[in-house]
Design a protein around this ligand. Structure first.
Ligand code: G1P
Length: 287
């Protein structure tokens, strides 16, 4: 069984990065020279996905422009003999098949995923939330796909989160099968630390059987008065096994300012053209 489709919801407001996100989507914030969403799309492609459905909302047009051809810019680069940059720009628009569906009202993550239903067409699919960059040679989504192929069941990526941060995640309760795999017994959306069944949180990468869609459809508004994906997963695990997988890799939640800055520093330190000067700068700060 292959997983070829991915849903990437990008309809959120990005309030944590206001005022920058007043006129640009948070997913377009750059980590040096590539927007966060570029990294997410690359992860999908490197996991074998060839068909991406973006769920967009108001003021997300620049994401569409980013992944589209840009004839004027390409001509300009051609005329200036900037071949290397021309190739980079052209590669972005030929990366993958992308479709856009607009979520009219932001009614929650579950609702955003449901709007992709027609396009998903009863096939298993991946979901990648647009805020996280996960760095690892074998992409996180590919790790989930491999588990899905092995067991034929939905698999969600998890990691241990600080106890005082359970209120930012879907928190699972599960039975460990080995060092990295759990059978999910329950998942609770954003519990307070004292109510959380564990400190193992869903981090925004999922691979689902198509049955998740019916399950989401059956849910009513949950936390924040929104249709929650987590509530759909709760129903799904009553019908089918759901696995939680402790992925391997380094995750940056770029929706968080400090994590965003850390991502930029780490990417700069890993960039051959920049690393020496950035190291010098950091050393010079003498902290
Ligand atoms: C969403 C999900 C939550 C998950 C989180 C990961 O919440 O609802 O279950 O743990 O993504 O980032 P959000 O961050 O969109 O509020």
């Amino acid at each position: 069984m292959e997983i070829k489709k991915a849903v990437i919801p990008v309809a959120g407001m990005g309030t944590r990065f206001l005022p920058a996100t007043k006129s640009m989507p948070k997913e377009m914030l750059p980590v040096i020279d590539r927007p966060v969403i570029h990294h997410v799309v690359e992860e999908a492609i490197n996991s074998g996905i060839d068909d991406i459905i973006f769920i967009t909302g108001r003021s997300k047009r620049s994401i569409e422009d980013y992944f589209d051809d840009s004839p004027e810019l390409e001509n300009h680069l051609k005329m200036k003999n900037k071949e290397k940059m021309l190739k980079i720009v052209q590669d972005i628009s030929s990366m993958v098949d992308i479709h856009y569906i607009r979520q009219k009202e932001p009614r929650g993550l579950g609702d955003a995923i449901l709007t992709a239903r027609k396009h998903i067409n009863d096939e298993p699919f991946a979901v990648l939330l647009g805020d996280d960059i996960i760095v690892n040679e074998k992409p996180c989504t590919k790790q989930l796909i491999d588990n899905f192929i092995k067991y034929g069941r939905s698999t969600i990526a998890v990691e241990e989160v600080p106890r005082d941060k359970t209120g930012s995640y879907g928190i699972i309760q599960g039975k460990p099968l080995d060092d990295s795999l759990y059978i999910m017994d329950d998942i609770i959306e954003k519990p307070a630390p004292e109510d959380a069944p564990s400190n193992i949180g869903a981090i925004g990468r999922y691979v689902f059987t198509p049955e998740i869609l019916d399950c989401i459809k059956k849910t009513t508004a949950g936390v924040g008065n929104e249709i929650q994906l987590t509530d759909g997963i709760r129903l799904l695990k009553e019908k089918q096994k759901v696995y939680a997988y402790k992925f391997t890799g380094k995750r940056y939640d770029t929706g968080d300012k400090i994590e965003y800055v850390k991502a930029i520093i780490d990417f700069a330190l890993n960039n051959e053209d920049m690393q020496e000067q950035i190291k010098e700068h950091i050393t010079g700060l003498g902290m």
